[in-house]
Ligand binder design. Sequence first.
Ligand SMILES: Nc1ncnc2c1ncn2[C@@H]1O[C@H](COP(=O)(O)OP(=O)(O)O)[C@@H](O)[C@H]1O
Ligand SMILES: [Mg+2]
Length: 349
Amino acid sequence: MIELKDISVVFSQKNRQITAVTDVDLTIEKGDVYGIVGYSGAGKSTLVRVINLLQRPTTGNVIVDGVEFTTLKPKELREKRKNIGMIFQHFNLMDSRTIFENVDFSLKYSGKKKVERKKKVEELLELVGLADKINAYPSQLSGGQKQRVAIARALANDPEILLCDEATSALDPKTTLQILALLKELNKKLGLTIVLITHEMQVVKEICNKVAVMEDGRVIEHGDSVQIFSQPKEHLTKDFIRTATHVDQALETILGHKKFSQIGDDEWLAELSYVGEQTGQPIIAELFSQYDVVTNILYGNVEIIQEVPLGSLVVTFKGTIENRQRALAFLESQEVNVTIIKESAQGGK
Ligand SMILES: Nc1ncnc2c1ncn2[C@@H]1O[C@H](COP(=O)(O)OP(=O)(O)O)[C@@H](O)[C@H]1O
Ligand SMILES: [Mg+2]
């Protein structure tokens, strides 16, 4: 559906050049909810604006639905752009116009008659759950409701693609989840392809089936969400995931607490992670029955990414060093990933 080939974007300012995007290749398929995650300044907004050519790439090709965008004439491009809706962090609504007028504005060049337009606006507002706000003004709406209006407006010309640039970054966590649920619903119901830019892995976790991680203008890692979440390769990706799953926060609490952070000579503090149906419970029971290793669970978490459970546990293992090593080998044979966070100063016996 969307192919970005070897995209670079260089901004020339008076006496220097800023490279915002470097050599990006990305393929987004029909029906994907594709997350692009990275810290501020990574080049995400620039890259997403390249998709509808709001930003012309310095080099590279943009192919949407089989059409090379960079060689289109202005009029053809305007027509093709109707197939791509866009929403932003700050909603960009017109404050002096009603919700009806805000959405209707997008239909200005649709060639539809006034009655048809009215019907379409009503349908769109129904779709985003705001039918009762049709005559309200933006100032009378909450942030979440404003973003719903922006979504209705973006969908006015029945686009197949929706670009979302930090669309939930100005919203509280609960409202964020509601907007993400709406996007997911639109993806399913309309077959809408969604490209979602965010600095929060949490957002990716909720709805994206694929994800690309950007750093300094480059895509450093990309793939299926389950694969990226369960086996991140790059340091930055790991950072993002650990923040989203609160494992780092848990470890910080544990290590900062005397009672938990003091590890006996016969103990390890370890982090376990696993993918799929198995839960920690039977395995940990086995550590005791088979290897005489006592496990104390300090933290546990399960994330469901695209219907696949990903578990994390922070535990202490207590037992002789031989038994702990055998237990470790057993865990690894069960495809539980084990990282020893801390062992006693003596190294343990
Ligand atoms: N129009 C512009 N002119 C000059 N530099 C820009 C322009 N737009 C973005 N940049 C620079 O490009 C880099 C990437 O910006 P951006 O795409 O907005 O990143 P992100 O959305 O990931 O925060 C930044 O260093 C930013 O300052
Ligand atoms: Mg941005």
